[in-house]
Every structure is written in C-alpha cells, then in structure tokens.
Design a protein around this ligand. Sequence first.
Ligand SMILES: [Zn+2]
Length: 374
Amino acid sequence: MLFKQWRFLIIFACIIGAQACVLNAGKRPTNKYPSYRDTYKTEDVENVLKRYNFRCIYEDGKYFRCFNCTHHIAFILESKEMIFDGTKVFLTRPVVKNPRQNRFFVATVDVEKILKPLLEPEKIKKYLSNGGCIVIDAGHGGVAEGAKNSKLNLVEKRLTLNTARALQSALSKLGYKVFLTREGDVDLSLEQRGQWANKLKAQLFVSLHYNAAESTQARGIETFTYTFASHPSTDRTKALASDGSTEINNRFDVQNTYLAYCIQKSVTIRLGSIDRGVRRARFGVLRHIHCPAVLIECGFLSNDDEAKRIATNAYQEKLVNSIVKGIQRYGHNTIMRTAIMQPTQILKDFQNKKSSLPKRPLSKSQSNPNKQTL
Ligand SMILES: [Zn+2]
C-alpha cells in the first residue's frame, strides 16, 4: 500500500516536471541575473563631511551647501550634479533626502571614489614620476574622421592630432617621456591604442577628442573617466546587469577621478568654457589601460562659435597649457581654491538666489527657523 502511494507521487511529479519543461521550451534562455536590482549603499552627507570640519546648510528644498575653511561643495537634491570648489563633478547617483529625518544621502561609492579623493588628494598614490611615461591618444584617424564642421572645414581627426602633438611637445619640455598613439592619419582600433600605452608602461593616458551634438547650442568641455564597476555611467540613471564587471582600469578609479577633476577645472577656467563636468562612461579606449586615464572632449565642433574658437592658435595654446597645468596639479597635490574665480552656471544661479545668505554658515541657534539647517 505504501509502495503504491510513493509510485503515484513519483508519477505525479514527473508529469508536473514534464509540463514545466514544455512551457519553458518556448521561452528565450534567461540571463543568469535576470532581475539585477539597482541597489547601492548610501551615507549621510553631513556625517561624512563632519570629519573634514564642514558645516552644511539646506535651503529652498533643493540645494545643500557645505563649507569648511578650504572647500565649498554644493549638492542639488535628486541630481547627480555636484559643484566642488566651482567645478562640476557628476556623482554616480542622485543625492536623496530622507523626508522624515530631513537628512541628505549620497551613494557610498561616491564618498569613497569621488568625495574622499577630492578632499584628500595627498593620500592618493599618483603613479606619475618625474620623467615618467605619458601616452597621448589623438582620437580617430584614417577613415574614422570623427566629428566635423563642414562649413568651417574642421575635422576631428586632424584637430586631435594637432592638439596631441602640441601637448607632446609641452609635456616633453617638463621632462616627461611622451608618446602618441598615432603620428599620422591612420585608423587604430581602441584596443591597439590601449595596448600601445600598456606596452610602453605608461603612467598616465590622455585621450583627446572634439565633440558634436544634434543641438547646435551644445558647447563646453567634458572630461571622462572609466565608469566604476557595478554602477551606471553618467548618461544613465540605473546600473544594468552588464555593468557589473570590473575592468583593468577600475583599479585606478580614485586616481582617475582626481586627474579628471584637475584637468576639467584647469581647462574650463583657462579657456573660459562652459563646464559640462567630470563624467564617467565605459569607453573602450580607457577600459584596459594599466594606469590612470582620462578622455577629454575639448569643445563642440557642432557649435559654430565654439568651432571657430577651437580653430584658433590662441584656443589651442590655452587648451594645451591648461591640460599640462591640470596634469601638474594632479601630480603635486596642490589644493585649488578657485570656487570664486569661475562659478559654473548652476553655482551662479544658486548664488544669485542665495544672495541674502550670510557669507559664513550660521550656527543652529542663529539661523532663520524657516531655513532648515542640518
Ligand atoms: Zn571623438
């Protein structure tokens, strides 16, 4: 009797199993991680910055400003944009607020790989020695012409090579051994460019590009680093399953952030260009580089006014000098107190709105009760 019951159960299980197989047969094979959840740890901004003696003020339901005697950081609620000493740096995730506690939170990865390197650059191992090897990559080449401005007869591949040669000359004068990924009008794959830098044991890699956009209004400078593993690039809000892999260049996330910041700040200030920020993207040319690496978009060819400027010797000279200065800053740990020299548009708007604010943050007892002080 007992045996008959077991036999019945086994047959029943087989029928169910067979039905499941039939149902699944028509479906596409599933990903190993079909429902990758975009979860990440966060930290209370004020608690993090307290360690550096910052005072923070929250106002207008949108802005969150933090000061100490050296730095000024502006966060914007629900935005990835952060203005650090006047230079725009994109966080990986938007700043969020806990409405019950009225506290602001940033992603832990942004604390570790963006805030800390910018606040404590002296703790970063730089890898760039005096006389070290720097590889400059002139974007595009050969049939890959890149962006164009036909009206002004400007082609990205020619401009990048000219800028790369001038940058090579300027850095060589400082004693660095500088190599270009291409010397002429040749089409190299992204892998070849990276392999060349690795073969030369480069200590720093800079890829040069000029930008183009559908909107002819777009203008300004962007500096990219390789995206942190498991986190979204700047142009996306959520991480994907495919974002999980750690690539070789992710070993230098911290160095990349500080290098990109130094260059972005130096270039936007010296050229007086619109600051489009330090960004992250999974660019193939940066992925396998064995040293700190950035990709600079040196201005928009699709904007006639900017393209005209780009074509001038004065622009090229300033651009090259400012990249050199940025690299020198990166190597020398100098604190850059330039928040007041050239605020970005966001900070300008912010400051205009806040013109009634006192110069220094108020203590809790002094502050206006209508303004929330964290
Ligand atoms: Zn390009």
